[in-house]
Every structure is written in C-alpha cells, then in structure tokens.
Write a protein of this length. Structure first.
Length: 219
C-alpha cells in the first residue's frame, strides 16, 4: 500500500523529534509536488537535525519551484545557527544550479572561519555553473588548507570555463601530489592545446598515481 500525504503529515507536525525525522524521510515516497509543499515548514524547524534533513531534500524537491527553493536556501545560508545546515544549503544550491545565490555563497565563504563549511561551498561551485565562481575558486587555490585547494581544482574543471586554464596550469609543479592528480582530471575536462601540453608534463610526474592518470588521458 503506497503512502499518502495524509499518512505523512501527522508525523511532520508531531512534537516528537523522531516522528518529524521519520516524516521528512517518508516524503521521498510521495508525489514531489506535494512533498515540496509539506517540507517547507520543516526548513525552519526548531531542531537542527530536522532542518538539516529537510534542507538536504530540497534537491531534488526544489525543482518543483526553483524561486521558492532559492528563497528558502538563502534564508538558511544567512540565518541558520548550525554550520551543518548552512553546508547542506550550499550543497543544494549547487545541485539545483541556483546561480542567483552565488553572491550569498561567496559572502558566507569569507565570513566563516570553519573550513568544513568553506569546503562545502567550494565543492558545490563546479556544479553550480556560475562563471563568476572562478573568482572565489582562485581565492581557495591560495588557501593553506590542502583539501580546499584540491576541491577548488576539481571545481574549476567541473565549471567548464577555459578561463580556468591559466590558473590551473600554474599548479603543474605544486608540492601537493593530490593537487596535481586533480589537476590532470580538471585539464582533461577543459581540453585544449595548453591543457594537453600540461598533461604531457604531468605524465612524467614523480608520483606514480599522477603520471598514470596523465598518461591514460593523453589525447
């Protein structure tokens, strides 16, 4: 027997935390248009676990009404007290490609000192598809945090803009082999003569994983 909105709604308004969490998860099993309407009050629930679960489900539910989803996600980016919820909102903004929220993500990146939140923002920028994101990704490339730098390289590749190539080729001798490994993958995505020439250099990298990845992707 399939679930109906009437089965789920009492759970969503329950005072019991477990019920509300269960209700949010059950929304996956009903019509997305109805689920999107039902989930909206949970985005601002008093409990951070419920807010996190609800925000995470906005991809794909937010496709029902991108304008409303954008408003909900911007509110969480700007006003939520929990970093995990902010990070989830950043992920969903990228998944839904809500490019209008890029400035919000950029502002949050510079405001927070939490590197995990910064990582979520950088990781989502490639999927977001906003060309202006190159500015923030260039900032992330200068970070002292290796994971941020690796993520920025990947995001530049995913972004798909040839404007990223001059930034990326400078990393061909980077001290972090994981940066160089991701560099190969990013350059393969972007393509072009300069990218191929850099991949040829990386095919001679002293780290076996980097050289192997480069050799396998030479045109």
């Amino acid at each position: 027997m399939s679930l109906t909105p009437a089965d789920v709604q009492p759970l969503l308004v329950s005072e019991n935390l477990g019920d509300r969490l269960k209700g949010v998860n059950l929304l996956r099993e009903i019509d997305p248009a109805i689920a999107f309407k039902l989930i909206q009050p949970l985005i601002t629930d008093t409990n951070e676990r419920v807010r996190y679960a609800a925000v995470s489900q906005l991809d794909p539910l937010g496709k029902q009404d991108p304008e409303t989803a954008l408003s909900l996600l911007r509110d969480r980016i700007q006003n939520d007290t929990e970093l995990d919820v902010k990070a989830a909102a950043a992920d969903v903004i990228g998944g839904l490609q809500l490019t209008e929220a890029y400035d919000d993500l950029q502002q949050l990146y510079h405001q927070t000192s939490d590197w995990l939140l910064q990582l979520s923002i950088i990781a989502t920028l490639g999927e977001l598809g906003e060309p202006k994101a190159i500015e923030l990704l260039e900032v992330a490339l200068q970070s002292d945090n290796e994971l941020l730098r690796v993520s920025a390289v990947s995001a530049l590749g995913e972004l798909g803009s040839s404007e990223a190539i001059p930034l990326l080729v400078q990393l061909v001798k980077d001290e972090d082999w994981q940066v160089r490994y991701r560099l190969v993958q990013a350059l393969v995505r972007l393509g072009g003569e300069e990218a191929q020439q850099t991949i040829k250099i990386l095919a001679e990298d002293p780290i076996e994983q980097v050289a192997k990845e480069a050799k396998e992707n030479l045109a």
